[in-house]
Design a protein around this ligand. Sequence first.
Ligand SMILES: C[S@@+](CC[C@H](N)C(=O)[O-])C[C@H]1O[C@@H](n2cnc3c(N)ncnc32)[C@H](O)[C@@H]1O
Length: 481
Amino acid sequence: MAQGNEMHPRNPYRDKPPDFKALAIEYPEFRKFCQYVSNGKVTLDFRKDAAVRCLTQTLLKKDFSLNVNLPAGHLVPRVPQKLNYCLLIDDILQANSITSNVVGIDIGTGTSCIHALIGARHFGWKFVATDGDENSVQVAHENVARNEMGDSICVVHVNPAVKTVLMDVINSMPDSEFSFCMCNPPFFEKSDKEERFCEEPSLSNETYSNSFDFDMRSAPHSETIASSAELYVEGGEVAFVNRIIDDSVCLRDRIKFYTTMIGRKSSLKPLLHRLERFGENVKFLVHPLNQGKTKRWMLAWTFAKEMTLNTALKNSSISFQCPKPGLVKLMQEISRLGGRWSQEQPSVLVAEFKSVTWTNQRARRKANALLSENSAKRARWNTSSVACEAMMGNGDGKDSYTNAGNFVYSESFKTSDPAAVDTSSQAYFPLPSGVTPRPIVRLRIQVESDDKCDKLSFELISGAKQHLHQIVQYLKNLLCR
Ligand SMILES: C[S@@+](CC[C@H](N)C(=O)[O-])C[C@H]1O[C@@H](n2cnc3c(N)ncnc32)[C@H](O)[C@@H]1O
């Protein structure tokens, strides 16, 4: 099992990976999946679904005193990663002094009910755990009952065909206050599923596996067997998370923090774009949720004015050294990029940017040139939109250089009908004069000098961590050459 210091500092698996030898001695069931290798170590074949399932069950038993049934044919959750996600939520709660009567919603809890079980057992939170699959709800319910946690976790079946994800649950509990929601959405669209997964005949015709990939590409690090409902949703995870965002716009601070796991890096951009357009009303952050080679992210946002997300970004400071006078050159470069800076203290700057100007400089120049030519209209899909959602944003319109055409944001999701798409567009309207758009990223930059050089340390105040990294890399290239 891959570990690493990318794990949460409070995650006990960070510095102490599971000791397979000790587990094999203590748990005979687990021992069946272990092999002794020549140096006396014990290994586990991660490509075998049953071995990974047994490891998860054993860790839940040993480290959380949880007795959990994980039926074959369903996703096997990875305990260290799930704990990481819960710890990040705990950071946010602690930073906002939400320490008692914590109630969370686990959207799509699956058969394992893993988020709710770990959250309730380890952190003392209460949960409403939902799922759209009746069989998963049944197994999750049994897992809760087996661990006598019915007082803390209520498992609810929801209709997956309903467009909203949270609304019905919240409306059915008008007197409850919710601290957060969490979710591990189905990642894939149908087309992805067919490309990456094959039907697993030994289980059921609703179960998919990537273990058949061997002849197509290199063997997977670990086999993924999952039910169709766990893998696939119309429009993939972007569409699913957009449904949570839609609900959050209506529900506002009925839930203090909205969080979700994101499985694909490419999903972050359209989702962040979407949240950015809510301007001052929303705060959000992206935080990596890595476990070894598997990269995931947590996206969190809040509409509650009094809440902060900054503390979870504590470890976001990065620094580099550059020749003097770093501060002066820094101010010039920020201005050149269209950013603004103010001096918080003599050696501390706060810089803010209202659009992404530090990436794709060459592409931007090219797009600019194209736009100034009398180019033909962009091709549109030869389909009709079955559902169209329009958002009036307050951006600066610069993103219309992208293939979103004249829209700040426009995304089409395939539907089961090949001639129909579900379209979400956010149109650019110039701001009325006197209204300033909200910065997409704010940074605090501290300058420490010695005789030879300046050390610049960058801390994210608000915005996406990936922007911090991109800006630092961009400035480093300029100031250190
Ligand atoms: C990737 S699985 C996550 C399972 C579990 N939470 C975990 O992390 O291992 C996604 C789950 O979302 C459920 N789901 C799909 N659509 C849903 C909806 N509209 N509302 C609630 N759950 C849904 C699926 O049935 C599936 O159990």
